[in-house]
Ligand binder design. Structure first.
Ligand code: PMP
Length: 429
């Protein structure tokens, strides 16, 4: 049992005096699952060690970037080599060209791109350039899809088919969200109706092609194809937010996994190998609107940061070397079998539902069927998730602290880790 968290608790007490809620990003606060956050000291491979010296097998991976686990020697070596050359230039460097070319070799159709420092910057900039390219203002997002915290993207749907701009955060004026239209994930009918009403005013549709910020919700058959068809028919820019799925769901991301090509992509997480880096890019005809070629302004002091570029490049190269997607799919199949052998009855009883795609996995509690949209996810039993969450923690397993998050496999996990993960669920149902 990992119950000795005295140093964690003492540090959180100090943190709460300095940081809102004691954290530098809200979900870390454990508000959702209850109790005190674990404060970490270091990570190695699949293990995290807290400041009280207890270790956990980690399935959060810093929310996705750490697909090779913590401190992979190839990544550490690349960062150290770069650190001795320069942390930042604020000028062009070879590192950014090398990483961009590597990314292009994984993502066919990514003709032009721009590096930024966070997923939020990437999505915000992608919307701006889509608006610049089309000369239109409105765009569509889907309820339950998270695209970072830019004002115009902090919108959730009200009830009904679709709502126009209602901010889901204080401090976001109505004017910032009046052009944000919210659709229902996986509803082709809803998006058809949105286009019927506003079609020729829609600059862009932005979507997580596989939604991974409301648990894990796969695209229903035909949903992404419908988005593609409507965007093409109306001259709107289709943006796949692959900050989560990029470099993780398949080598070519969700576009490859689901066979639909967007006009623009946004990437982050794995792209920086755990250092702050993200990107947006896609069709040349759209990206040529970005300054200094075009009039859509976007800039960054640390954009294309050489340390982050080195970490990202080393991560992608090491993934190729290890044939990471094969390794992860094999681990995924082991997890599937563990779920089948321990949870089959509980699944039949509607206590838990399980979904996995590549190295993403998710358990929904209190439901027999897999949720297809945000409303169905929200109807799941989050109290049961919270109980199981603390069961995991006590058993030395660390997951993202919320029932709306997914679990991530890394290349470091073993069959034994996956058995334990499932056992804790079986014991706590
Ligand atoms: N888009 C998606 C799909 C994300 O999952 C996230 C973050 N989890 C973001 C955008 C925002 O990225 P960042 O936190 O780096 O700003």
């Amino acid at each position: 049992m990992r119950t000795n968290r005295q140093r964690s608790a003492a540090l959180m007490e100090r943190s709460r005096k300095i940081f809102p809620g004691g954290v530098n990003s809200p979900v870390r606060s454990f508000r959702s699952v209850g109790g005190d956050p674990v404060v970490f000291s270091h990570g190695q491979g699949k293990y995290l060690t807290d400041v009280d010296g207890q270790t956990y097998v980690d399935f959060c991976g810093s929310w996705g970037p750490l697909i090779l686990g913590y401190s992979h020697p190839a990544v550490v070596e690349a960062v150290q080599r770069q650190a001795s050359r320069a942390f930042t230039f604020g000028a062009p460097s070879e590192e950014e060209v090398l990483l961009a070319e590597k990314i292009q070799s994984w993502i066919p159709g990514l003709e032009m791109m721009r590096f930024v420092s966070s997923g939020t910057e990437a999505t915000m900039s992608a919307i701006r350039v889509a608006r610049a390219a089309t000369g239109r203002h409105k765009f569509v997002k889907f309820e339950g899809c998270y695209h970072g915290h830019a004002d115009c993207l902090l919108v959730k749907a009200g009830s009904g088919l679709a709502t126009l701009g209602q901010a889901s955060s204080a401090g976001v004026p109505e004017g910032c969200v009046q052009d944000t239209i919210t659709g229902v994930f996986n509803s082709t009918q809803a998006i058809e109706e949105i286009f019927a009403q506003w079609g020729n005013d829609i600059a862009a549709v932005i979507v997580e092609p596989m939604a991974a910020n409301m648990g894990l919700v796969l695209p229903a058959n035909g949903f992404l194809q419908t988005l593609r068809r409507l965007c093409t028919a109306h001259g709107s820019v289709l943006i796949f937010d692959e900050v989560m799925t990029g470099f993780r769901v398949a080598r070519g991301g969700a576009a490859e996994a689901f066979g639909v090509q967007p006009d623009l992509w946004t990437f982050g997480k794995i792209l920086g190998g755990g250092l702050p880096a993200a990107a947006y890019g896609g069709r040349r005809s759209v990206m040529e609107h970005v300054a200094p070629l075009g009039r859509a302004y976007q800039a960054g002091t640390l954009s294309g940061n050489p340390l982050a570029m080195a970490a990202g490049l080393a991560t992608l190269e090491e993934m190729d070397r290890q044939k990471a997607f094969d390794v992860l799919e094999n681990l995924g199949k082991i997890l599937d079998s563990a779920v089948q052998s321990r949870l089959a009855q509980a699944m039949r009883d509607g206590k838990v539902a399980y979904v996995r795609k590549s190295s993403f996995f998710c358990f929904f509690f209190g439901t027999k069927t897999l949720p297809q949209n945000f409303a169905e996810v929200a109807a799941c039993d989050m109290n049961l998730f919270n109980k199981i969450y603390h069961g995991w923690l006590d058993a030395g397993i660390y997951m993202g602290p919320s029932g709306y998050e997914v679990g991530f496999l890394s290349t470091q996990h073993t069959a034994d880790d996956l058995q334990r993960l499932v056992s804790v669920i079986a014991e706590n149902l």
